[in-house]
Structures are given as structure tokens and as C-alpha cells.
Design a protein around this ligand. Sequence first.
Ligand code: ZN
Length: 66
Amino acid sequence: MSLDPLLLEILACPCPEHAALREETLDGAPVLVCASCGLAFPVRDDIPVMLLDEAKPFPAAAGSSS
Ligand SMILES: [Zn+2]
């Protein structure tokens, strides 16, 4: 993934905590995961989509099950 670290610093989750985000991968696609609410926001064409409507819960145990 190639998100600008500065962009990551500026971005915050739209949830009430406005927590920091970290880069993760969900179903093979890049996502930004909130450290507080655990929602994963999609990244389309290197542009994070910071909409609660577009976010999915990030599975905390991704990769360790099945
Ligand atoms: Zn959040």
C-alpha cells in the first residue's frame, strides 16, 4: 500500500472518538482501521473513503481462523 503517511496523520475516524487509523488489508483490499471502534474504511484508488456507510467491522482475528 502506498498511502501518504501525512495523509494518515490527518485522517481520523468519523466516530465520536476520532481515533487514529492504521493500514490493514481486508479481503485483499486496502482498508483503514479505526483503533477505537474497529471499523474498516475502504481505500479506492489510493483515496480513503471515510464514510460510516462504507465501513465494515474489521475482524480482529483476521488470518488466524479457518
Ligand atoms: Zn472509529
